[in-house]
Design a protein around this ligand. Structure first.
Ligand SMILES: C[S@@+](CC[C@H](N)C(=O)[O-])C[C@H]1O[C@@H](n2cnc3c(N)ncnc32)[C@H](O)[C@@H]1O
Length: 231
């Protein structure tokens, strides 16, 4: 299990965001694409607590995580609702879907030689998140960290025509992966360049629903930017 992403607090938060921002508003037969399913537990928990009759297609590069996810999916007989592919969404024939959802890799570091290379989010931590916003899905739910150049993500989203429809913020303590000395040191450097925001041991993790609809009545991007840079 050592090589599978493990951070229950973060995974629960992601699962709650999925329920509150996506599954509850979903028409029954909608389809959802997930980047980086991990051990599948966030989606599985949400499916067990909600009535959703559509299909969630996940993509997970880590084979151990993919196997663990499939065994839990079998255990709960969710095979018709949650299918995970053992390759990257970026290499796939991307399926059509109303929502793209992810707790993406967002660790900033000089390179991917870190405890878990698949958690590397590029030099500023925002590279994968920003790439996900370029895929042109109508709605994107992603977790955004305040130490991963959040302003670049908010700007990219606007460039791609997204509004910030909803968001919720969780203060989190630096954990096992972000406390790795090489990563922490890099985050300290990013702070000086106003690309990372944290205070003491705490940073903010936001669950953000970006939406492309021209009709989106609200755009909370300024509010999100304010909160994420307030530490
Ligand atoms: C922060 S973890 C989130 C895992 C799970 N969704 C959760 O919240 O517990 C990010 C996951 O993305 C996976 N990942 C990284 N790059 C990927 C890629 N290009 N394609 C698919 N999965 C990827 C990692 O292996 C990791 O399991």
């Amino acid at each position: 299990m050592k090589d599978i992403f493990f951070c229950p607090e973060e995974s629960h938060f992601y699962s709650n965001c999925l329920e509150n921002f996506v599954l509850r508003d979903c028409q029954n037969l909608e389809s959802i694409v997930e980047f980086g399913s991990g051990d599948g537990s966030p989606v599985i928990h949400s499916l067990l607590r909600n009535k959703f009759e559509g299909l969630i297609q996940g993509y997970e590069l880590n084979t151990s995580a993919w196997k663990a996810a499939n065994s839990t999916i079998d255990e709960y007989h969710l095979n018709h609702k949650y299918v995970i592919h053992n390759y990257s969404l970026f290499d796939a024939d991307r399926p059509e879907a109303t929502y793209l959802v992810a707790n993406p890799p967002y660790l900033p570091a000089p390179d991917n030689d870190i405890y878990m290379p698949l958690l590397f989010g590029g030099i500023d931590g925002a590279a994968i998140t920003n790439e996900l916003l370029s895929l042109d899905y109508e709605n994107v739910l992603v977790l955004v960290s305040s130490y991963s150049n959040p302003l670049s993500t908010i700007q990219k989203a606007a460039d791609y025509g997204y509004s910030v429809n909803k968001f919720v913020v969780l203060p989190l303590q630096f954990g096992y992966y972000s406390s790795e000395p090489k990563v922490k040191k890099h985050i300290e450097e990013l702070k000086k360049q106003k690309m990372a925001f944290y205070s003491g041991d705490y940073y903010f993790l936001a669950g953000v629903l970006f939406t492309k609809s021209q009709k989106a009545a609200i755009n909370l991007s300024n509010e999100l930017a304010q909160v994420m840079t307030s530490l």
